[in-house]
Ligand binder design. Structure first.
Ligand SMILES: Nc1ncnc2c1ncn2[C@@H]1O[C@H](COP(=O)(O)OP(=O)(O)OP(=O)(O)O)[C@@H](O)[C@H]1O
Length: 626
C-alpha cells in the first residue's frame, strides 16, 4: 500500500510513534504488572538489576522501573496540563490583544509580558511559599511562566491575520467580533500555536524536574524524575545506574518532543510547500479532479492551461485566479504584469508548487518540459518530485533579499547548500562553484563575499547572492517575483542587466524567465512577451513591442498611460481600484473603471479573442482601444 500521508507527514511517524508509546505506557501504569512505586524494602536498598526489578532498587529498596513509569506519569501530566492551561489563557490574551489593539492590548498581552520580568525560579519560590509544594502548585507555576510565550505568538499571528482580505470581508459582512476571532482568525493561527504547545511541554518537563529536584515540586514519596535524580545524586558513587535511568527518561522524552516539534513545524509551516499540510489521500482526490497529464509534448518550456486557484474562506471558496493560460518558450522572457492583487504572484507560486495552504489549484494544468525532454504536469506531481525540481530545473528569486537569506549563515554556505541539495559533488567543489557563481553575478571579491554574513552585504549584493543561488544548478525556468522592488533605482538597473546577461550566458542559455512585475518600464527593457493580468485573469497577451505600441485592452492602455515613457507625457491615473475577488463586478471585471465600456460590457463576461499573430485580448471592442 502506498504511503497514506505525504513525505512531510511521514517525517512525523517515528518520533510521533515513540512519543505515543511513552504516553501510553505512563497512562497505563495502574494496569501494568508493576511493583508499588512507594513500597520500601530497606534490606534490598541499592540492589542491582534483577529479574524481579529490571532496573534495580533505589536507596529505600523501591522498584526503579515502577518509579520511572509512575514518575513519568506525574511529569507528563503536570507538563501537559500546564502547557494546555497556559495555551488557552495565552492564546485568548494574544487573540483579543492583537485583534482589538489599544487598551485591550495593554491589559492583555502587555500585562502578560510583565511576568517575563521575574526570574522563573524566583516566581516559583514565591508561589510555592504561598501555596506549599505539590503537583497542583507546579501546574500553576508553569502555567504562569508559559502564558506570555503563547500570548506573544498568538498576538503576532493575529496582527498579520487581521489584515488578510477574508478577515476584512467577514467584518464587512457584519460578523460579530467573537465569530471573526474564533471562526476565522483562530483556525488560521493554529499551526504556530500547536508547535508552541509541543515546545512548552518539553520546556515544562525540564522545569518540573528542576523544581522537584530543588524540593519545590512533587512531594516525596510520590515519584517524579526530578526527585529521582535528586535522590540518586547522593548515592551515585555506590549505584551510578540510579542516576542514569531518570536522566535517560527525561533527556530522551525531551529530545523526542523537540524532534517532533521540529518536524511538526516543517509540516505546518505556511511557507512550506502547498501540499505539505494535505494528506496524500486528499491530494490524490484533488489530482483526480484535475485533467489527467497528457503525453503530448508541452509547447515550449512550460505551458499553463486554464489555471484556476481557489482561496478557502469561511464563507466558501473564492476563485482568486481564473482560467490563466500562457506559455514560455526556451530562452524566452515573459513578463507578468498587473496592479497589486491581480494574481501574478499566486500564478508564479503555483508553478513552483509553493502556494500557501489556504490556496489550492482547482482546475487546469502546468505542463513543464524537463531536462530529459519528458513532460510533467506540475500540479499533479507528488511533493517529493516537486522538491527535486525546485532549485534544480525550477528556481525562484523573491522580492526582498533581506528576508530570503538566513541571517545566521554565511552567504557562501547558503548557496553551497543549494548546490549540494541536488547532488552537486563534494563540499570543496561546491565552495569553488560558489566563488565562481559570485564572480558571475558581479559580486566584488567573491571569495570574501562567500564568507560574509547577509548583514555585511548591501541590498543589491544580497539580491545577487539570491540570484547566484537560483542559477546555481542552471535551471530551465527562472521565476523572478518583483526582484528589484525592494532595491533603489540604480541597483534595480544593475540587477536587470545581470538577469539579461545571465540569460545570454553559455551556461544558462535556453533558460526561460518569468518576470513578475508591475513596472512597465522594466517589461519594456527585459521581456519578449507580456501577459497582462487583471482581477485574477489574463486580459491581454502578446509580444512586448506590439502590445506596447497598440494595446488591445483598455486596461493595458490605461496601465501604459499611467506609466509614461518620458517626463513630457502626461500621467493618467486609472480611476477606481482592483475589485476584491469576493465581489467581482458582473460582465467585464474592468468595465466599472473603463472609459470605453458599454451596456454590453456590464452584462456579459468577454472571452479572450485573437487580436493579431500570437496576441489575445479579453475585450469586445479591442480595435477601438487607443
Ligand atoms: N495567503 C493568502 N491568503 C488569502 N488571500 C490571498 C493570499 N495570497 C494571495 N491572496 C489573494 O489572492 C489575490 C491575488 O494575490 P497575488 O499575491 O497573486 O497578487 P499580485 O498580483 O501578485 O499582487 P502584488 O503585486 O501586490 O504582489 C489577492 O486578492 C490576494 O489578496
Amino acid at each position: 500500500m502506498k504511503a497514506l500521508f505525504s513525505p512531510r507527514f511521514n517525517q512525523l511517524a517515528l518520533p510521533g510513534a515513540l512519543l505515543a508509546l511513552i504516553v501510553l505506557t505512563v497512562l497505563a501504569a495502574p494496569l501494568l504488572p508493576l511493583a508499588d512505586p512507594v513500597k520500601q524494602m530497606v534490606n534490598q536498598r541499592l540492589a542491582a538489576p534483577s529479574p524481579g526489578h529490571l532496573l534495580g532498587q533505589d536507596e529505600y529498596g523501591r522498584d526503579v522501573l515502577s518509579r520511572i513509569i509512575w514518575g513519568g506519569r506525574v511529569s507528563l501530566t503536570v507538563s501537559f496540563l500546564a502547557a494546555f492551561c497556559a495555551g488557552v489563557i495565552g492564546t485568548l490574551l494574544g487573540l483579543v490583544g492583537g485583534y482589538f489593539r489599544g487598551i485591550v492590548e495593554l491589559m492583555s498581552v502587555r500585562l502578560a509580558e510583565v511576568i517575563l520580568c521575574f526570574p522563573p525560579m524566583l516566581l516559583a519560590l514565591l508561589v510555592v511559599t504561598l501555596l506549599g509544594p505539590g503537583a497542583v502548585t507546579l501546574v500553576l507555576v508553569l502555567t504562569i511562566l508559559f502564558t506570555p510565550a503563547y500570548a506573544r505568538v498568538a498576538y503576532a499571528e493575529t496582527l498579520s491575520a487581521r489584515t488578510l482580505d477574508y478577515v476584512t470581508a467577514q467584518t464587512a459582512l457584519g460578523a460579530t467580533s467573537s465569530r471573526v476571532l474564533f471562526r476565522t482568525v483562530l483556525p488560521n493561527i493554529a499551526p504556530p500555536l500547536l508547535v508552541q504547545f509541543s515546545l512548552t511541554v518539553a520546556a515544562a518537563m525540564m522545569l518540573e524536574s528542576g523544581l522537584s529536584f530543588l524540593g519545590l515540586g512533587v512531594v516525596p514519596p510520590s515519584p517524579s524524575w526530578g526527585l529521582m535524580i535528586r535522590a540518586a545524586r547522593s548515592v551515585m558513587e555506590q549505584a551510578p545506574l540510579l542516576l542514569l535511568w531518570p536522566c535517560l527518561a527525561l533527556a530522551g522524552t525531551v529530545l523526542l518532543l523537540n524532534v517532533f516539534c521540529d518536524r511538526l513545524r516543517d509540516v505546518l509551516d505556511p511557507r512550506g510547500a502547498a501540499v505539505g499540510v494535505i494528506p496524500a489521500f486528499l491530494r490524490k482526490s484533488r489530482a483526480a479532479a484535475l485533467p489527467q497529464a497528457t503525453t503530448e509534448p508541452a509547447p515550449g518550456l512550460v505551458r499553463i492551461d486554464n489555471l484556476t486557484l481557489s482561496l478557502k474562506t469561511p464563507a466558501g471558496p473564492i476563485k482568486v485566479v481564473r482560467n490563466v493560460s500562457f506559455g514560455i518558450a526556451p530562452g524566452e522572457t515573459v513578463a507578468l504584469v498587473g496592479e497589486s492583487g491581480s494574481g501574478k504572484t499566486l500564478t508564479a507560486l503555483a508553478v513552483m508548487g509553493l502556494l500557501p495552504p489556504v490556496i489550492t489549484p482547482v482546475d487546469g494544468s502546468i505542463r513543464f518540459t524537463r531536462r530529459d525532454g519528458t513532460v510533467s504536469d506540475l500540479l499533479q506531481l507528488p511533493e517529493a518530485d516537486m522538491r527535486r525540481l525546485r532549485g534544480n530545473d525550477l528556481s525562484i528569486v523573491f522580492q526582498d533579499p533581506s528576508s530570503s537569506l538566513n541571517p545566521v549563515h554565511r552567504c557562501g554556505k547558503q548557496v553551497a547548500e543549494a548546490i549540494l541539495a541536488h547532488g552537486g559533488g563534494s563540499a570543496r567543489k561546491a565552495r569553488d562553484r560558489v566563488v565562481e557563481l559570485f564572480r558571475r553575478v558581479g559580486l566584488p571579491d567573491p571569495a570574501r563575499r562567500a564568507n560574509a554574513f547577509p548583514h555585511e552585504l548591501s541590498g543589491g549584493q544580497k539580491q545577487r547572492v539570491m540570484i547566484a543561488a537560483a542559477v546555481a544548478n542552471t535551471p530551465r525556468l527562472l521565476i523572478a517575483d518583483e526582484p528589484t522592488t525592494a532595491l533603489d533605482v540604480t541597483v534595480q538597473a544593475q540587477i536587470l542587466d545581470l538577469l539579461a546577461e545571465l540569460k545570454s550566458g553559455a551556461e544558462t542559455s535556453g533558460m526561460g524567465l518569468l518576470f513578475v512585475t508591475h513596472n512597465l518600464a522594466v517589461v519594456r527593457q527585459i521581456a519578449d512577451r507580456v501577459v497582462v493580468m487583471y482581477a485574477g485573469e489574463i486580459v491581454e497577451e502578446g509580444p512586448v513591442g506590439e502590445v506596447f505600441a497598440h494595446p488591445r485592452h483598455p486596461y493595458t492602455a490605461a496601465l501604459l498611460a499611467s506609466a509614461p515613457e518620458s517626463e513630457a507625457e502626461e500621467l493618467a491615473a486609472i480611476p477606481g481600484t482592483v475589485p476584491s475577488p469576493a465581489a467581482l463586478p458582473p460582465g467585464c471585471h474592468f468595465a466599472p473603471r473603463c472609459a470605453l465600456s458599454t451596456q454590453a460590457c456590464a452584462t456579459a463576461h468577454p472571452d479572450a479573442v485573437e487580436v493579431g499573430p500570437g496576441r489575445t485580448a479579453r475585450c469586445i471592442r479591442p480595435m477601438e482601444v487607443a
